[in-house]
Write a protein that binds this ligand. Structure first.
Ligand code: SF4
Length: 65
């Protein structure tokens, strides 16, 4: 699994951080950043998918495989 985020779309709603705080964070402007996502090895892939589903701005793309 791989994740990309589009900070141009992000509206800072923070749903992703609530769903998967080990993967997503927000910068000083409230925009999404990825935490420790370089490895592509996520302990809770369902939480990552849920974060992508819940994002109101469709700013999170989850690439399976
Ligand atoms: S849920 Fe979407 S809009 Fe909200 S902070 Fe995360 S990426 Fe940005």
């Amino acid at each position: 699994m791989r994740i990309t985020v589009d900070t141009d779309r992000c509206v800072g709603a923070g749903q992703c951080v609530l769903s998967a705080p080990d993967v997503f964070d927000q910068d000083d402007d409230g925009l999404v950043t990825l935490v420790g996502a370089d490895s592509g090895d996520f302990t809770d892939e369902d939480a990552v998918r849920k974060a992508g589903d819940l994002c109101p701005a469709q700013a999170i793309a989850v690439h399976e495989g």
